[in-house]
Design a protein around this ligand. Sequence first.
Ligand SMILES: [Zn+2]
Length: 346
Amino acid sequence: MIGILGFAALFFGRRFLPQPLVIALVLFWWALLVAVHAPIFPQPNTAANLFGGNFIAWLMLGALTAIVLAYRFGLQALRRRITDKLPQPDTTPAAFKPVELERYARHIMLREIGGAGQRRLKDASVLVIGAGGLGSPALMYLAASGVGRIGVVDPDVVENSNLQRQVIHTDDRIGMPKVHSAVAAMQALNPFLDLRAYARRLDAETGALIAEYDLILDGTDNFDTRYLVNRLCVAAGKPLIAAAITQWEGQISLYDPAHDGPCFECVFPNRPAPGMVPTCAEAGVAAPLPGVIGTMMAMEAVKHLTGAGQTLRGRLMIYDGLYADARVMTTKQREGCAVCGGGTAL
Ligand SMILES: [Zn+2]
């Protein structure tokens, strides 16, 4: 009887004592019980009566316990060996806080992005030139996607007539520099990013900024800036996603001559004469059109940065909102391009 009570006391007391001590006490108690019943003593003796049970029963109990424990430890060892052989779980998202993992969960579950792709987005930097119609959705979706560092260049302030399509700005921010308005909106959407505002025109002097970013998005609406941005990107070896819109139609491509794609000037070698192509201010633009094309810019950026799918490198997409039509044309490096060399030596 005391034999059973001893085990019961150890069972309840095990959480107050260190595990090795509990194991030692159990073994000691069992050995004692077996010993007092051992046939070397005249049976039944007083001690055996006191502790209860008999020699065979205690011996059997010990053997049975040993078998159960051996089976458990064997199973654990086997499980460890199998786990070691399995491909190790992707540990790249370790740099994310739990709240970020939750935020990007629907990205991470995409096979083409996953934890590694989300980490690439976090480590990436994108410079957006122009916080207008195209820049608005592009910036918002880059921020929502978790691009770690986003820079925005624009010399203008928010005007009433911008708000028909430049949805990153708000009525109460009229008069504020667009870059500060855009950063405020992105900050409100995603506080985990490094956001940089450059309230200036991108020119040859400020163009050095381009070297500080992995990818450039150009959503400006004047040809001087677009040709300049292309030249600066080619010189710095940076990929460029450039788009343009007017009235109901937009076009977008990824220009990356460093990786065998054409540059902007390969595809559009002839700069239109000043005043020949009307700007949005002169010709008008459907409000959702920059939303469509600017969102495509963010989509192409996410694909380019994560390596997902097929980007628009070497392809130009033309979207016609008025007839709900889209065409994709193949583009090639132009032999003797003044900017990128078109595949020949510069
Ligand atoms: Zn070129």
